[in-house]
Design a protein around this ligand. Structure first.
Ligand code: NAD
Ligand code: TYD
Length: 339
């Protein structure tokens, strides 16, 4: 079986590639990545040159490049992780989010249709559902919750999901969609909450918490997300959306305090800064459908996953120190100076 994995030099895509190599070593994997600021070849270095793994640098929104690639590779399955993924960057500059997340998805769908791919899987997010109020802990996102995106990022992801649904309905294309809650784990770019807090704490820099830090996210260890996608590819129903989450809701401020506690750093490093524009209050997935239909359940408890994650960033300082000393420094200045 040959699978194209787009965005495989990023956080979840690379974890998915490592997961698939372990669980299905017989699969042939072709990783397609544009290597934006978020893509990192060092992450994939251990498997470059190995049998049944190929890396292709290309833009998913480049139609000719994608058609040429599909013509040459003739994949059975395509899993699309490639995206612009950071909400704050989408607030700064939405255009590239539409280009990659919407136009790129459309190009991939067209390529899959043209080359008769057996399954196209769209990796989406719970953010397409908008947010939930903090005072209604009884409410959760189900697969039937209407799309109500808040940020340019989530609007672009919701648009891509709608396109996938339309290609299924109109052309009978064999698509599946998964909408996962916030992931954490190794290889996450240090602009996102958990790795940013780890990196800053290790350098004794202030930890910027937006507003009061009372916003709630539903955290899932990245490997549990990878396992869910694998299961959907194997046993999922075509045309179906699957929500993925592990009922692990936490306030941002408690995440930040947990990181400080593990690293034995003082809470005085916490700096409350101006809130994010349009900041979603609470995300919370109801995972009962994927559990009932595919038997998926998360395997990693947050207490263990966060210890493993902090350990990984301690053991792999090289990986992230290079990032925080490069182009990222300008972004950080722009995003956080005077906030
Ligand atoms: P990431 O930003 O770490 O990685 C994205 C990867 O896509 C990078 O390697 C980048 O180089 C590549 N890429 C970007 N534009 C491209 C283009 N035009 N063509 C080819 N490659 C391109 O993102 P992530 O956190 O790993 O997220 C992966 C997917 O999972 C995204 O679709 C995201 O919306 C979704 N998702 C993420 C989370 C989360 O918590 N991180 C949760 C749910 C869903
Ligand atoms: P993030 O990791 O950007 O994921 P998302 O916005 O897609 O959920 O942010 C997670 C939460 O942490 C979100 O409520 C915003 C907040 N946050 C901070 O308080 N400070 C920060 O520096 C960042 C990056 C995020």
């Amino acid at each position: 079986m040959k699978m194209i994995v787009t965005g495989g030099a990023g956080f979840i895509g690379s974890n998915f590639i490592f997961y698939m190599r372990r669980v299905h070593p017989e699969h042939e994997l072709v990783c397609v990545d544009k290597l934006t600021y978020a893509g990192n070849m060092e992450t994939l270095a251990p498997i470059l040159g190995q049998p049944r793994f190929t890396f292709v640098r290309a833009d998913i929104a480049d139609r000719k490049a994608m058609y040429d690639l599909f013509e040459a590779e003739r994949p059975d399955v395509v899993v699309n992780f490639a995206a612009e993924s950071h909400v704050d960057r989408s607030i700064e500059d939405p255009a590239v989010f539409l280009q990659t997340n919407v136009m790129g998805t459309q190009v991939l769908l067209d390529a899959c249709r043209r080359y008769g791919v057996e399954r196209y899987h769209q990796v989406s997010t719970d953010e397409v559902y908008g947010d939930l109020p903090l005072d209604r802990p009884d409410l959760f996102f189900t697969e039937k919750t209407p799309l109500r995106a808040s940020s340019p990022y989530s609007a672009s992801k919701a648009s891509a999901d709608l396109l996938c649904g339309a290609y299924h309905r109109t052309y009978g294309m064999p698509i599946t969609i998964s909408r996962c809650s916030n992931n954490y784990g190794p290889y996450q770019f240090p602009e996102k909450l958990i790795p940013l807090m780890i990196a800053n704490a290790l350098e004794d820099k202030p930890l910027p918490v937006y507003g009061e830090g009372l916003n709630v996210r539903d955290w899932l260890y990245v490997e549990d997300h990878c396992a869910a996608i694998d299961l959907i590819l194997e046993k999922g129903r075509v045309g179906q959306v699957y929500n993925i989450g592990g009922h692990n809701e936490m306030h941002n401020i408690d995440i930040v305090k947990t990181v400080l506690h593990i690293l034995d750093k003082p809470e005085s490093l916490i700096a409350h800064v101006t809130d994010r524009k349009g900041h979603d209050m609470r995300y919370a997935i109801d995972p009962s459908f994927i559990h009932g239909e595919l038997g998926w359940l998360p395997q990693t408890k947050f207490a263990d996953g966060i210890q493993k994650t902090v350990r990984w960033y301690l053991d792999n300082r090289d990986w992230w120190e290079k990032i925080v000393s490069g182009e990222y420094r300008d972004y950080y200045e722009r995003m956080y100076a005077g906030r």
